[in-house]
Design a protein around this ligand. Structure first.
Ligand code: TMP
Ligand code: ASP
Length: 251
């Protein structure tokens, strides 16, 4: 087969660009160095972040696939670029929390670090202008965002991803505190794991480090102005590289 041809820009998000390709139903994703937080109210350019999140995401999508959890991910092109199945993104952010942190502790009287078992699953409406509001089951139904069967499938997949990621990360001395997933519908109507899995979208703490700031290896370093953001992401990549060989090339 001839090499994949990248065509026009389809969509530019805060951290990635999506391009059409010459293959139907196949799009190319480029990871950007842009960092945003608080629904894009805080912005910066972090040189190297795009490459780090690209490789971390590719490796994690492959590791999940090896455990039977498929996603939109198909393979990689040059560094910074991956090829994915085209999906229609469901405007719902699925957050799984294994330990209390972030907005949970701002919105409810729950002490930071409190273990949450079973993991708390929160759904948010994906809309920066509205501040990604928390969804209730009634609001989800009102907005007709997911069918009843998709709602069940989404939760099953999200909990399976949580279990698989925790199992993968524990030996790497990384604690998966919480993370956000997005799902999309493929042309044949299946709900597929999509977007990215990276320190931009996960809270990851270094196991065995008691200091509440030193242990942070994720975007909280940027949100809280702790510095060393790219270095922390690099540390996560170094460990995730320990899971196996380089991400596969898309052919
Ligand atoms: P939160 O504590 O701010 O609600 O975040 C929970 C998790 O979701 C955390 O790992 C960061 C991630 N997240 C995103 O990836 N994108 C977002 O827009 C938000 C609000 C959180
Ligand atoms: N991803 C969101 C933003 O870019 C919020 C966050 O991660 O803090 O604004």
């Amino acid at each position: 087969m001839t090499a994949l041809q990248i065509q026009g820009l389809l969509h530019e998000g805060k951290a990635k660009k999506v391009f059409q390709t010459d293959r139907p139903g196949v799009v190319a994703v480029q990871y950007k160095d842009d960092a945003t937080a608080f629904n894009a109210q805080k912005k910066a350019q972090l040189a190297g972040k795009g490459l780090l999140n690209w490789e971390i995401s590719a490796r994690l999508f492959e590791a999940l696939e090896a455990q039977g959890i498929s996603s939109h991910y198909l393979g990689c092109l040059e560094p910074g670029w991956m090829v994915v199945q085209e999906v229609e993104i469901v405007p719902v952010e699925v957050v799984l929390r294994n330990r209390a942190a972030g907005s949970l502790c701002r919105q409810l009287p729950i002490k930071p670090d409190t273990p949450l078992q079973p993991a708390l699953l929160d759904l948010y409406y994906k809309d920066d202008a509205l501040g990604d509001p928390l969804l209730t089951e009634a609001r989800l139904e009102l907005m007709q965002l997911l069918s009843a069967a998709e709602r069940v499938e989404l939760e099953r997949l999200a909990r399976a991803v949580n279990a698989a990621l925790q199992t993968l990360m524990r030996p790497l001395q990384l604690e998966l505190v919480d993370f956000k997933l997005e799902f999309g519908r493929s042309a044949d109507g299946r709900l597929l794991l999509a977007d990215e899995i990276s320190p931009d979208t996960c809270r990851l703490w270094e196991v065995g480090v008691a200091d509440a700031e030193h242990r942070i290896l994720d975007k909280d370093r940027f949100r809280k102005d702790l510095g060393g953001v790219v270095e922390a992401y690099g540390e996560v990549l170094k460990r995730v590289q320990g899971l196996g060989s380089s991400p596969r090339q898309y052919r």
